[in-house]
Structures are given as C-alpha cells and as structure tokens.
Design a protein around this ligand. Structure first.
Ligand code: CO
Length: 135
C-alpha cells in the first residue's frame, strides 16, 4: 500500500470549547469546523497544522468508544491517522497478511472520508486509523 502522509492525530477531550481556545487563540492554529460522526458517536473538531490536523474527539453518547477511553485513560492522545491512496486495497492487503483489524470493511468517517482502524494489539499499542479522503 502507499501511505501518503499523517492525516491527523486524534485527541480525546471532555469538552470542545477549552481546547479550541487553546489551539485556536493561544497557539494561533486554524479551526476547520465541526461535525458529528454518528457511526463513531463523536463530535469532531479539526484543527489544521500544516499538511496534517489535530482531530478533537468529544463523545456524543455514554456508549461511545471515546467515552470509554476517557473513563479509562482520561483526556489525551487517542489515535494516529495515516492517509492511504486506496483503502479497500490496503484493508485487503492487511487481512491477507493476517493483521488484526477493528474494521474488516472500510466505513464512513468525518468529512465523507473512508476509514478503517487497525487493532492496537497488532500495532504495539497504537490505535492506527487508515483514511482515504473523498476527493
Ligand atoms: Co480519526
């Protein structure tokens, strides 16, 4: 597969306003808007950092995976997203190689992108998201 760049770093938060103030006002970064991603039960806010982004993740339901993460570990780094050219091909390649996946089939993420998560047991503790942008 071909990895193009680090698409974003996901950060779990309990509130969006305070971190947006930090990144937007104090660090002077560009806020790129918010979106609710129903499939993952989160509201996300993207912050542009050059060619990559920070993705703030706020759970929208108590059974959201991010709500469970916050309960167990508190706020902080949650996942790293790598952009691939062809996500279906990348997932097929990983399955064929026996790499354990959370998503055996790509699903829709924020901004209409296709995403698939690799299991942290397969990545030495790092939750890794593969993303294919819609354009
Ligand atoms: Co993400």
């Amino acid at each position: 597969m071909k990895i193009k760049r680090i698409a974003h770093l996901g950060i779990a938060v309990k509130d969006l306003e305070a971190p947006k103030k930090l990144y937007g006002e104090n660090l002077g970064l560009e806020l790129k808007g918010e979106e609710v991603v129903d499939t993952q039960k989160v509201k996300v806010s993207f912050i542009k950092v050059g060619e990559t982004s920070l993705e703030l993740l706020l759970p929208t339901a108590p059974d959201s995976p991010v709500a469970k993460f916050l309960e167990n570990k508190g706020e902080g780094f949650h996942h790293l997203a790598l952009e691939v050219e062809d996500l279906h091909a990348a997932v097929a390649e990983l399955k064929a190689a026996g790499v354990r996946l959370i998503d055996e089939t790509p699903r829709e993420g924020a901004h209409g992108a296709l995403v698939a998560f690799i299991h942290p047991k397969a990545t030495f503790g790092l939750l890794l998201e593969l993303v294919q942008s819609p354009h």
